[in-house]
Design a protein around this ligand. Structure first.
Ligand code: HEM
Length: 433
């Protein structure tokens, strides 16, 4: 008797394809976690009913370990700093993607442009958000509010909407040393000529990160050119959207909390009657809620090249660390904050290179705005902004972590044995799940 069903060739091929995909995506990736001693963490590829301090998920076939424990986070971020934002293509050589020696080299070149001393020289009043980032990163003055149709502004916006044409013209040589600043800017903005930029580029010897990169080129080398372009793009990308979103959320919170807004205005009037002072720590929005006492120590082994993500969005709403975690409570800055439970700019050697700059931009904007205006709600302002956002998203906050949103991503470069201190009371339910 013939035991093989009488399928057509196409059916057999589809069956083989189905079984291969099942093994590749459904079975094989799970072996990574089975080999490890992860009994204490939950393995889930969908929204889990209860989540521990660390849990496991999959990004396609890529196993991902997500950590919420501050000690785990500290170990990963400070000792194993291989950040990977998961971007490719035209941002492939950017500092945020680079690893090992390449990252060290780029970071060393770029860091001097963003020290606090350097920031004191920044002319922060001439323009804002994109204008400030572009002005300080490239020494190009644009006024995107007054000139929204300026080719630089429109093309930069297109780039930020991911509509940039990935096929860029070949790099142009200047003085036999690779790219000039104007050529890089032309390429980022897809401008046909650099003539329109020449008027905007500051003539004085203002040091910006782009000039530092261009100067660090020892000889004309097209891979260097590509690297410079990638840094230029990532600075705009990392600096513009983050800063403007921070300002938007902050103004929303100030509008919906008029008492906080008044208190801030009083402070500004008291401390800065006539001028904007830099360096005031005005943005401390979260507070550690107090450590739970019941703790258990375990050793966690994280294999080499494991992708680890720190789900900052969930961490910042973790009831183990924050009281009334959804509330805007600026007075929380009075309390000491565990740096590894509040990670708006990451931590460790690969933290945000633009952190000081971003805080400066945001603080100055808020001070100047509150000196002249008030933020008010109007009848359509949503009472809880996140309700409005989640209304349009098909998944809950926990699922968003599993979909890798609002996360810091890293890849370990060696096997790690970490002391994992687990709060026993951390077996908690995630809201919205
Ligand atoms: C409120 C504004 C900002 C926020 C919330 C923010 C947040 C972050 C975070 C979370 C990281 C990843 C840190 C990690 O992986 O540990 C990062 C990296 C980075 N940020 Fe920012 N950022 C902001 C503004 C800026 C600005 C203004 C610039 C540039 C001028 C900038 C440039 C970068 C770069 C280049 C990296 C990659 C650093 C590296 O891999 O060495 N960011 N940022």
């Amino acid at each position: 008797m013939d035991l093989m069903p009488n399928f057509s060739l196409v059916t057999w091929l589809l069956l083989i394809l189905f079984l291969s995909l099942l093994v590749l995506y459904g079975l094989w990736p799970f072996q990574t976690f089975k080999k490890q001693d992860y009994q204490h963490v939950s393995t889930s590829s969908c929204c889990s009913e209860a989540v521990l301090d660390a849990y496991l998920s999959f990004d396609g076939r890529q196993p991902v370990l997500a950590g919420l424990d501050p000690i785990l986070i500290k170990n990963i971020l400070v000792k194993e700093c291989y950040t990977n934002f998961g971007l490719n293509g035209i941002l492939g050589s950017a500092i945020s993607m680079a690893e090992d020696e390449k990252w060290k080299r780029i970071r060393t070149v770029l860091s001097p442009a963003l020290t606090s001393g350097k920031l004191k020289e920044v002319n922060i009043f001439e323009a804002y958000s994109m204008d400030v980032v572009v002005s300080t990163s490239f020494s190009v003055n644009i006024d995107s509010m007054s000139n929204p149709s300026d080719p630089f502004v429109t093309n930069m916006k297109k780039f930020l909407r991911f509509s940039v044409n990935p096929v860029l013209p070949a790099p142009g040589a200047v003085n036999g040393r690779g790219l000039s600043k104007e050529v890089v800017l032309g390429k980022i903005c897809l401008l046909p000529t650099t003539a329109s930029l020449t008027a905007s580029v500051c003539p004085q010897d203002q040091i910006d990160f782009l000039q530092l990169m261009v100067d660090s080129q020892s000889s004309h080398d097209s891979s260097n050119d590509e690297e410079i372009l990638a840094q230029a793009r990532v600075f705009v990308f990392a600096g513009y959207e983050t800063t403007s979103s921070t300002l938007s959320y902050l103004s929303y919170n100030l509008a919906t909390h008029p008492d906080v807004q008044q208190q801030l205005r009083d402070e500004i009037d008291a401390y800065l009657p006539n001028r904007v002072k830099e360096g005031e720590e005005m943005l401390g929005l979260y507070q550690k809620a107090g450590w739970k006492q019941d703790r258990m120590e375990e050793i966690v082994t994280i294999p080499k090249h494991m992708v680890v993500m720190i789900p900052a969005y969930v961490l910042h709403r973790d009831l183990a660390y924050w009281l009334e975690q959804e509330e805007f409570r600026p007075e929380r800055r009075e309390a000491s904050i565990d740096p590894y439970t509040f990670l708006p700019f990451g931590a460790g050697p690969r933290n945000c290179i633009g952190m000081r700059f971003a805080l400066l931009i945001v603080k100055v904007a808020v001070v100047v705005l509150l000196q002249h205006f008030s933020f008010r709600t109007f009848k359509d302002t949503p009472v809880r902004i996140w309700d409005g956002v989640f209304h349009y998203l098909p998944f809950s906050p926990t699922e968003m972590v599993l979909y890798n949103s609002f996360c810091i991503h890293l890849r370990t470069n060696r096997e790690l044995s970490l002391m994992h201190i687990k709060s026993l009371s951390s077996l908690r339910e995630f809201r919205g799940c």
